[in-house]
Design a binder for this molecule. Sequence first.
Ligand code: KG4
Ligand code: ZN
Length: 353
Amino acid sequence: MMAAAEQPTAVWIPGPILGIETSCDETAASVLAADGAVLSNIITSQHAVHRRFGGVVPELASRAHIESIEGVSSEALRQSGHAWADLTGIAVTQGPGLAGALLVGVNYAKALAYILNIPVVGVSHLEGHIASAWLQNPGFPLPCVILVVSGGHTHLYFKEPSGHCRLLGSTRDDAAGEAFDKGAQMLGLEYPGGPAIDRMARQGSPTAISFPRSYLKKGSLDFSFSGLKTALLYTLQAMPEESRVARAADLAAGYQEAIVAVLVEKSFAAVRSSGARALAVVGGVSANSRLRALLQQRATRESLDLSLPPLAYCTDNAAMIAAAGRQALRAGLRAPLGMDAQPSLVSSFAHTI
Ligand code: KG4
Ligand code: ZN
């Protein structure tokens, strides 16, 4: 179904477009050239604001977005070498995400579109992550399997040559990023937990302490990480305080291994069962160094095309939103100025997810 905010309209005049992302705790803006090349990619992280709370505080996130959005957007424009008047379209994350945070970006994008008299499109954050697989490699082949692994999602899709995405499997409980963040909290590591576990794990052994891997029933492409979290809790409870500290790196490495092994196994199983010859892995967790290494090894062994976006395009950024928005503009979509944030949005343009 087409989201209410999107309506077919007249042909978009190709030219530079501005992407804006404010769905969670990063304020980001990016300008893409008419041919889709990334001219600038500015990201202001709010990690320092939320760190002492151990997670994102929605009200603080909205306020921080309000403070940064103008400066971040102006800087993206400045680095692109363009003037405001050169822009031919704006793409903004409409959802999913935190309502108040999304509203900051959506309202800013609508105001800019009104002033500049150019079209605006609302983009699904998930479609943005998916589009990131083609940012550096526009020729990456279809059909392909896409694993979206972020703080809120662990989804496997089959992307057909038409661009349509079919869901193959998803998490039944926690997302992979959530498993990283919650595990890091138990290990006493700082927020955000994924990068903290990644760093700590490099000093440990992935096999010294083993954790359960949940593959669910044979052939299933769904995921489950809640049992792993409980296993870490029990392991920690059974250890004396000194061992927990002394073995922190092995704990992090073993816990990380249990997450990434399942992600790799299911992604390649999806490739096999779907008949695709290409795999893209996107979203914040795709920045994980162990996951990247295992994916690369396996792709080489199986002679498979692998798209692993550079780190700046893995975690939240606006280049991916601009890229997805560019596809929407090319397809003749644009949003009315009454467009609202949609915190539970999955797909913004009917033909993709
Ligand atoms: O895509 P993203 O920036 O935001 C969402 O859409 O959720 O993903 C954030 C998630 C967080 O859970 C964070 O801990 C995780 O990605 N993450 C990582 C790494 N970098 C970010 N997880 C594991 N290893 C990393 N290096
Ligand atoms: Zn994201």
